[in-house]
Design a binder for this molecule. Structure first.
Ligand code: PGA
Length: 220
């Protein structure tokens, strides 16, 4: 059976000392993740912390993989301020694309998302594509899609597992992994992961506290 996928999206949080504290707490309780070999955990910090996470995970042999939260739609070149897929690949294997916060605050439309997915693929990054509903496009060469309804993100008001399953079932026709995201907690995670077409979760707020996050991994 394929492992459940649990993704932490730290968003624009954590200074370097804060990240190191999070990592050291996870290190102290590493067995809480290694005991669950049927679960794969991906952490997505800010660009500035990718190297910190990468080095710490190697040094302490932590059972975590790394993703970025964004990628340039452009290749390496004269694009001031951009972080490209080749640079990300030095530290990470995954990248979140199409998060509703980027669609809304940075006007990312389907054409930008498509370019980013292509760039990720060209440099060997696995895209974690977020969609808000069934109308957002699910690209054919994507393997991981997260259903994240806007009303559920950061509100403490998750979708119902029944509705999430209905949406997941449709997405599943096109991809290998469908995750649910939006106000996931240690208390509600199992209600999502137990349904047939949901293969994991994307966790925002509750991933910032290492103990809450470990609880989600345990309960998923
Ligand atoms: P949340 O965020 O868990 O804080 O609702 C989820 C996400 O937006 O990735």
């Amino acid at each position: 059976m394929k492992p459940l996928l649990i993704v932490a999206n730290f968003k624009s949080h954590f200074t370097k000392p804060e990240a190191e504290k999070w990592l050291s707490e996870i290190t102290n309780h590493k067995s809480q993740i290694t005991n669950h070999s049927d679960k794969k955990v991906v952490v997505c910090p800010s660009f500035t912390l990718l190297q910190t996470f990468n080095e710490y995970i190697k040094e302490h042999d932590l059972p975590l993989e790394i993703g970025a939260q964004n990628v340039s739609r452009l290749p390496p070149g004269a694009y001031t301020g951009e972080v490209n897929a080749e640079q990300i690949k030095e530290f990470a294997d995954y990248v979140i694309i199409g998060h509703s916060e980027r669609r809304k605050n940075f006007s990312e439309d389907e054409s930008v998302i498509e370019e980013k997915i292509k760039m990720a693929k060209d440099y060997g990054l696995t895209s974690i594509l977020c969609v808000r509903n069934e109308n957002d496009r699910v690209y054919s060469d994507i393997s991981i899609v997260v259903y994240e309804p806007i009303f559920a993100i950061g509100t403490g008001n998750p979708d119902t597992p029944e509705n999430a399953e209905k949406v997941a079932e449709k997405i599943k026709e096109k991809v290998d992994y469908v995750l649910y995201g939006g106000s996931v907690t240690g208390d509600n995670v199992k209600s999502f992961t137990r349904v047939e077409n949901i293969d994991g979760v994307l966790v925002g707020h509750e991933s910032l506290d290492p103990f809450e996050f470990l609880n989600i991994v345990k309960n998923a």
